[in-house]
Design a protein around this ligand. Structure first.
Ligand SMILES: Cc1ncc(COP(=O)(O)O)c(C=O)c1O
Length: 401
């Protein structure tokens, strides 16, 4: 019915709405690159066809399913090593939908105390208003996880490498405790990506990602994903349909394009991060460097167990003297990186946590977490290693004047 073949008696006003809507060409089935399905719905000719469509879980309405979202989801399931994935309009949509699909009033969430700020706000501020109990504790001490798990714990949540203090969480150890209590362990893999680690292989139940960052890597898309087994993902899909945080087809297309080169980018970015961390550690004006590749990292044993050598992510932080004026001069003298309110792009970017991610946290509280006025976070890019290292070292010379 939707494709008019018999034009007899139909007028221009009618035909202008349907002409050219369907092209019949065998080669259209084999494009080298998938097209963008910018269509809010797919049509059927009969009720029988509609029933078939529902049974086969085919494409009907954009919020329920879309080919570009499905193609991206399949790619992510492969990369994360999970049965199924769903993609969302942001990392936060993936995180909040995955968590809320697994808890109800009276349940308990146990989470690490260093999480992306908005994830923290969702767990600490929003979840209790729905009657969910919460405990935040430092997961780097596994005894804290054991001590705080409860019979009603339904979700355990952590990142792999945290922001901005680069703590490394022992995913396998946390998974074992979560499963002992029958809880679902959700791991945010944004900082590390599936190139560095596959949390599901280490026992996590769901891996969530902000694809906005390293996965897409081109700083042009906001997107998120959740990956897990079919049962968990069905729960999340039912919730996603209601909450509606779906990824639009064009962003899904762009994201898939970005992710095709993810491993090549990440390999280079991790190598650059390890080299920069080493160089910064030997700079006399740098007080401390936090990167899992360094022997000095506080969770080095976990890093060695969990990561392959220096392939341990492209996020690092370092401490400079707490001198606002000198830090300004240092930033102005840098030529290669830029300051940006995001991370994970192909270019190196800086972030100053006390006036960005932790601007709402009191000085005492943030200093207890190690977030001082001298802390700078770096998302390392794909630049030539020597250019990058030399640029940081020449800019740090301002502290010697
Ligand atoms: C670790 C981590 N998780 C989740 C998010 C949220 O992602 P999005 O901005 O795509 O919602 C971010 C954003 O910076 C992040 O750094």
């Amino acid at each position: 019915m939707h494709h008019v073949t018999d034009k007899d008696g139909l007028h221009r006003e009618t035909l202008i709405l349907g002409e050219g809507a369907v092209l019949c060409d065998r080669r259209l089935d084999t494009p080298i690159n998938p097209p963008v399905y910018l269509s809010t719905a797919f049509c059927v000719d009969t009720l029988d066809e509609l029933q078939e469509l529902h049974k086969a879980q085919g494409y009907s309405y954009i919020r329920t399913r879309n080919p570009n979202r499905n193609m991206l989801s399949e790619m992510i399931s492969y990369l994360e090593g999970g049965e199924q994935s769903l993609v969302f309009s942001s990392g936060m949509a993936a995180i909040t939908t995955a968590i809320s699909a697994h808890v109800k009033a009276g349940d308990h969430i146990l989470a690490d105390d260093t999480l992306y700020g908005e994830t923290m706000q969702f767990i600490e501020d929003v979840m209790p208003s729905y009657g969910v109990e919460i405990t935040m504790t430092d997961f780097t001490n596994i005894e804290n996880v054991k001590a705080n798990i409860r019979p009603n714990t339904k979700v355990v949540f952590s990142e792999v490498v945290t922001n901005p203090t680069i703590k490394v969480i022992d995913v396998a150890a946390v998974a074992e405790i979560a499963h002992g209590a029958g809880a679902c362990y959700i791991v945010d893999n944004t900082f590390t990506t599936s190139f560095v680690i596959k949390p599901l292989d280490l026992g996590a139940d769901i891996a969530v990602n902000s694809l906005t960052k390293f996965a897409n890597g081109h700083s042009d898309v906001c997107a998120g994903a959740a990956t897990g087994n079919a049962k968990a993902m069905d729960k999340i899909w039912q919730r996603q349909k209601l909450v509606g945080g779906i990824l639009d087809p064009f962003s899904a297309y762009l994201c898939q394009r970005g992710m095709r080169t993810m491993d090549v980018r990440l390999e280079r970015q991790c190598k650059n991060a390890a080299a920069l961390a080493k160089a910064l550690e030997s700079c006399p004006y740098v007080e401390k460097v936090l990167h899992p590749s360094l022997a000095s990292h506080p969770q080095k044993a976990t890093a060695l167990k969990q990561f392959k050598g220096d392939v341990c992510g492209a996020m690092l932080s370092f401490y400079m003297p707490e001198n606002w004026q000198k830090i300004n001069e240092f930033m102005a003298k840098l030529r290669v990186p830029h300051y940006a309110m995001t991370l994970g792009g192909y270019r190196t970017s800086l972030s100053y946590p006390i006036i960005s991610s932790h601007s709402g946290v009191s000085k005492e509280e943030r200093e207890a977490l190690g977030i001082t006025d001298g802390l700078m976070r770096i998302s390392v890019g794909m630049e030539n290693t020597e250019d990058l290292v030399n640029d940081f070292l020449q800019a740090l010379d301002v502290f010697g004047r």
